[in-house]
Every structure is written in structure tokens, then in C-alpha cells.
Ligand binder design. Sequence first.
Ligand SMILES: [Fe+2]
Length: 185
Amino acid sequence: MKKTTSKWLYFGAAGAAAAGVLIPLVPVLRRRAMRVTTILRKDHRLVSAMLTTMEFTPKVNRTLINRLVEELYDSVTMHEIVEDEILYPIVRNVATSEWKASLEKASRGQQIVKEKLQKLRKTDPMSGDFDKLLADFKHTILNHAELEEHSIFPIIEERTSTERQTTMGERLHQRKKEIQQRLAA
Ligand SMILES: [Fe+2]
């Protein structure tokens, strides 16, 4: 399914423009390389906002709800792929035994998020089942994000150099662009 740029970006751009900061801020953001964990934390905030929007969107327009589901699917899928491909292999390499339990729990969590996302996507968005699955998915993903932010990202932040974290951030950014093009095709 062909998609245009996410509406979530429009909300952010509109807010920044309203605050009169968009034009001076954009070149700075483009120049500044971000650490991998900064990008992933931003993803978590974005997905959380998307889920809240979905919860408060009246179920009167099936096309709109379907579009929100597809945007959620794309954002979460992209996030999970880059974490699996770029973040977790390095975390496994540098983590010491004290982090083993958190790492196993987070890896299982990755799989559960993917399974619940697939189930949500296959459910009629106008049904009562969809509301239950959406609430359950939100609970799951927020817990998973909290686990990563408190127990997984610190492994990278404590055990790798700032330069390496920034290089990982660049790789992650590039990989996301490739996945985005594939999902939009
Ligand atoms: Fe994550």
C-alpha cells in the first residue's frame, strides 16, 4: 500500500511552526548526529502518542481507523527491525552476566510485541475485540519500552563510547529510511 509522509510528522511540524521555531531548528537537527538510544527513545514517545490518538479517535470512519492502524504498524515494525538488527546484537556483545536476565526478558518482549501487533492489524477496527486488543497492545508496548529504557539502553550507554553510539545512530537512521521505502512501495 502506497503511503504519504506520516501525519504524525505534520503535527510536530505544525506545532513547531506555530511556536515560530521550525525554520531555525531544522538545519540544527539535520546537522546534529544522534545517539542510537536517543532515536529509539523518541520512537517510543511517538508510538505512545499514536496509541493515545487511536484510543480517542471516534469509531465513525473505518478508512481513518485503518489508516491509523497502518501507520502504527509501519512505525512499530520499523522500530522493531532496527532494534533487532542493530541494537540487540551489540547489546549481547557488550552486556555482562548481571544484565542477562533483563536481556532475555527484553528479547521475549520483542517477539510478543510483534505477535500482538499482527493480531491487532488483522482485527476489524470497528469491533469491540479491537478495543480490547488495542488496550492490551498499549500496555505491552509501554512495559516493553520501559524495560528497554531502564535496563537495555543503559548497557549501550555504559559499555560503548559516545562515538560508537552516534555511529550506531547513523546506521539505524539509514536502515529506517530503507525500511520506510520498502513499506511505502
Ligand atoms: Fe524499543
